[in-house]
Design a binder for this molecule. Sequence first.
Ligand SMILES: NC(=O)c1ccc[n+]([C@@H]2O[C@H](COP(=O)([O-])OP(=O)(O)OC[C@H]3O[C@@H](n4cnc5c(N)ncnc54)[C@H](OP(=O)(O)O)[C@@H]3O)[C@@H](O)[C@H]2O)c1
Ligand SMILES: *[C@@H]1O[C@H](CO)[C@@H](O)[C@H](O)[C@H]1NC(C)=O
Ligand SMILES: *[C@@H]1O[C@H](CO)[C@@H](O)[C@H](O)[C@H]1NC(C)=O
Length: 365
Amino acid sequence: MSKYILPVSVFGTAFGCAVLLQNYVTGGPCPSKAKIPGKTIVITGANTGIGKETARELARRGGRIIMGCRDMEKCEAAAREIRGKTLNKHVYARHIDLASIKSIKAFVQKIKEEEEHVDVLINNAGVMRCPAWKTEDGFDMQFGVNYLGHFLLTNLLLDKLKASTPSRIINLSSVAHVTGEVDFDDLNWDCRKFDTRKAYSQSKLAIVLFTRELAKRLEGTGVTVNALHPGVVGTDLGRHTGMHQSQLSSTVLSPFFYLFVKSPTLGAQSSVYLAVAKELEGISGRYYDVMTEKDPAPQALDERMSERLWNASVTLLGLNGQTVSHAHPTSQSAIATVSPELTKTNPVFTTTTSEPVKSTCLDKP
Ligand SMILES: NC(=O)c1ccc[n+]([C@@H]2O[C@H](COP(=O)([O-])OP(=O)(O)OC[C@H]3O[C@@H](n4cnc5c(N)ncnc54)[C@H](OP(=O)(O)O)[C@@H]3O)[C@@H](O)[C@H]2O)c1
Ligand SMILES: *[C@@H]1O[C@H](CO)[C@@H](O)[C@H](O)[C@H]1NC(C)=O
Ligand SMILES: *[C@@H]1O[C@H](CO)[C@@H](O)[C@H](O)[C@H]1NC(C)=O
């Protein structure tokens, strides 16, 4: 009997240490226990991965959850599962394809009709390292879905968010933004040789730049915006990388994965924290590595670049004069929504149903 005590306790200690170390390496559970009854949360890409676990935890805390997904079958299934597990019946599946301006506008229209307020918007949907695909409107898929689609969604929902203050916007960036560069001459990879890794980091850098620019424009409005890196999380995100299916990654590397790659449930903790924590009231324009505020990469702090990216996005989306301008606490009319008239006369919006945006480099001599 006693000869087992030592090995068992060694094993127990090692196991305990591994769990502690894993929590230390990957960040533990959300420290805030705040409940959110009556709060409406919109979350994109909520059918799987971090988004689904974020939706589940926020539902458990009593929120009204609008899950935005492109595949309604998966979305309904996830919503049903969350309703069943949390016994919160206010969990809804809604259609949004962030690779389509038309779909984003239809989603916003429905939210405006159905929801009295929107307290938190979580821009979570993302694609990583897919091939050189284009969105319905001709944008590079990663730039279009991860960044531009959410830029549009956020701007169209801003008046709802402003009417629901204090409200929060949360952007899922990534530590990958550190290697990001923004090429203003070729944002959509029409001219350069496509590099799937660089396209991902450009889209994630764009999100941090945008978070800072938007925070500046929303100063004094009661709407805060922050970006986060959730840590390295085992989800479907790697579906285009090959690594996902390999034998090496599933066997040899699995102990390392245990230490450094966390579950979607743990991966959702930073989104939950930024959504609910009372201590973050009024905090805006920041970047969080998991739950710790950090400085983003130097290029993400470049104010001229963030303004230039804002301008370029407005032009690409044909939103001239329709996004939030620099906030003046006295002027309440800083945000405008897309009016049907403007939409009709706007080239980008009218081309969405017919032909995609032309690549810019083709126009050059
Ligand atoms: N996992 C990590 O280690 C990690 C690290 C840093 C940052 N992040 C960020 O965290 C966020 C969530 O990623 P995840 O790891 O949970 O990945 P995931 O499991 O692949 O989930 C991504 C979600 O986005 C949705 N999506 C993709 N394209 C879309 C589109 N065009 N329209 C609407 N929804 C779309 C997916 O829907 P479908 O199921 O229909 O494809 C899915 O629900 C992403 O922004 C990602 O960049 C993750
Ligand atoms: C988040 O990033 C999107 C682009 O991905 C942008 O449209 C939106 O305004 C940003 N929101 C915040 C809070 O930074
Ligand atoms: C962005 O656009 C505004 C308004 O058109 C302009 O005043 C500003 O100089 C532009 N900023 C940059 C960096 O291009």
